[in-house]
Design a protein around this ligand. Structure first.
Ligand code: GDP
Length: 514
């Protein structure tokens, strides 16, 4: 990895099938020195990178091993963090967003903004992560570009600024007009090479197409927002690009602008103050722990985001939480079929560390000097719940130990019912239950019994007394790990019903207080 190059670290957020994988592949192709972890996604091609994938991955044919990819483009080192979607959506998907400086939101032009994008978007907003938007599938008859902009503005409550503008869509797609330099990316189904022509020299446009474009341009000028890099980097405005990932159309224009607009590593808050990436002291935090990558070795990989200073192989680091010192001999970044050893990593880079059970999600690592701790990793509101018990009551020791360790590590969330202290597990995605079950079996030799519950909303009680509440299938009272009262509701209807009947009780979605 080059040390002097500027880093741009981002994740793509999208609803399944919007084109995240296709766009990632096209972006990787445009960059030099492609190195990727696992494959971009083995699912469709049926190719599996190496043998050291979890059993679950093999069974399901998906990549749990969420990857880190790198490319160099225009003298910038781009780190792409994959955010698992589909059924493999989990807290890791959210957590990955805490480790990036920019998010790219891919929207299907036919469907507009979809539910999963919204959830991830919320995390970006919460953390002030700048968002670049790529409206994909321009080769299909999608929604009107202006309607798509309005939808983004209304749904996500942020300003938009179109960087380019489609000339026709679907079968009538002629090109995209680049607002910044009055040029057109001319679309042609055959052309391999990208053709950029000054607008005045484009010959293929019919009069009505020119007129339509002129009209849109005028509208944008009059009613649109002014471009503001400041607002973009503060996450208040999203620059919008149109294109077709599949046709590799508009991807390069996007990447050209991406390296300009994406945020570089910014100062991050630790122990109440801002730590600049330029600071000499090395610091970083663990945002994800991947277990059992290699079933034979049962090793875990902790993903470290470097925030300041430089991380060097062999260096001694201190784990802020415990004060424990460790020598970093086995640090690896993940590439293709083998793991390439990292010698030095800079702020913005992601490093995979072998972990024998020392790390928890959210842990801070530093070298020498002042002990700092990056702000708590948020706990994300779970949407699925299950009662869990050990199949074999004789194994209660391993059972409790396993649960305690895996919860601490960040695999799944644990709640307890009052009085009886039954264990309720909470997750944002089904995959978390599967990983948890798998690891309890593999690492603690405990078979679990799950009873999935019908509840799917969690609300933290911020005011009022709920201790007398009688739990039923509509609503249930539990306590979180900090002992806070949490109500689980079956659905929106049950929640509203409860609020109507109990106006004195105040509830929070958790985002605000976690
Ligand atoms: P992901 O689930 O967001 O990663 O989406 P994929 O990249 O796997 O794409 C989902 C489907 O949409 C695949 O069949 C792609 O070939 C298709 N697709 C992706 N980009 C485009 C595009 O620009 N135009 C069209 N027509 N299809 C696309």
């Amino acid at each position: 990895m080059s040390e002097e190059k500027q880093r741009k670290t981002f994740a793509i957020i999208s609803h399944p099938d919007a084109g995240k994988t296709t766009l990632t592949e096209k972006v990787l192709l445009l960059g030099g020195s492609i190195r990727s972890a696992g494959t971009v996604k083995g699912k469709k091609s049926g190719q599996f990178a190496t043998s050291d994938w979890m059993d679950i991955e093999k069974q399901r044919g998906i990549s749990v091993t969420s990857s880190v990819m790198q490319l160099e483009y225009e003298n910038v080192q781009i780190n792409i963090l994959d955010t698992p979607g589909h059924q493999d959506f989990s807290e890791d998907t959210y957590r990955t967003l805490t480790a990036v400086d920019t998010a790219v939101m891919v929207i299907d032009s036919v469907k507009g903004i979809e539910a999963q994008t919204l959830k991830l978007f919320k995390v970006c907003r919460m953390r002030g992560i700048p968002i670049l938007t790529f409206i994909n599938k321009l080769d299909r008859e999608g929604k009107e570009p202006l309607d798509l902009l309005a939808e983004i503005e209304e749904t996500l409550e942020m300003d938009t600024y179109p960087m380019n503008w489609p000339i026709g869509t679907g079968k009538r797609l002629k090109g995209i007009y680049n607002l910044s330099d009055d040029t057109v990316d001319v679309f042609s189904e055959e052309a391999e090479e990208r053709q950029i022509v000054p607008y005045s020299e484009v010959e293929s446009l019919e009069t009505y197409e020119r007129e339509a474009l002129e009209e849109d341009k005028m509208l944008l000028e009059e009613a649109g927002n002014d471009f503001s890099l400041e607002q973009i980097q503060a996450g208040e405005m999203t620059p919008v690009f149109f294109g077709s990932a599949l046709a590799n159309f508009g991807v390069q224009s996007f990447l050209d602008q991406f390296v300009q607009l994406a945020a570089p590593p910014k100062p991050r808050k630790a122990s109440g103050r801002w730590i600049s990436p330029d600071q000499q002291q090395f610091s970083g935090f663990i945002f994800k722990i991947q277990a059992n990558m290699n079933p034979n070795h049962r090793d875990r990989i902790a993903f470290l985001r470097v925030c300041s200073g430089s991380f060097e192989r062999g260096m001694e680091v201190t784990l802020s939480r415990t004060g424990k010192k460790m020598k970093m001999n086995q640090s690896h970044s993940f590439f293709a079929s083998d793991r390439e050893t990292v010698n030095r990593a800079m702020p913005g880079d992601i490093v995979g560390l072998y972990d024998s059970g020392n790390f928890q999600v959210g842990d801070t690592l530093i070298d020498r000097g002042e002990k700092i701790k990056y702000e708590e990793m948020p706990q994300f509101p779970p949407e699925q719940f299950a009662k869990v018990t050990a199949k074999n009551a004789m194994k209660h020791k391993q059972y409790h130990k396993g649960i305690e360790q895996l919860v601490q590590e960040g695999t799944i969330q644990l709640y307890k019912t009052p009085y009886f202290e039954d264990y309720i597990l909470g997750a944002v995605g089904e995959l978390q239950f599967q990983v948890f079950e798998h690891r309890m079996k593999q690492e603690y030799n405990v078979d679990l019994e799950f009873v999935h519950m019908s509840h799917e909303l969690a609300r933290w009680v911020t005011k009022g007394d709920v201790s007398d509440l009688v739990s039923d299938h509509r609503k249930m009272l539990v306590n979180d790990q900090q002992g806070r009262a949490v109500l689980l509701f079956e659905n929106d209807f049950a929640l509203r019903w409860f609020q109507d009947k109990n106006p004195e009780i105040e509830l929070s979605t958790g985002w605000e207080i976690l």
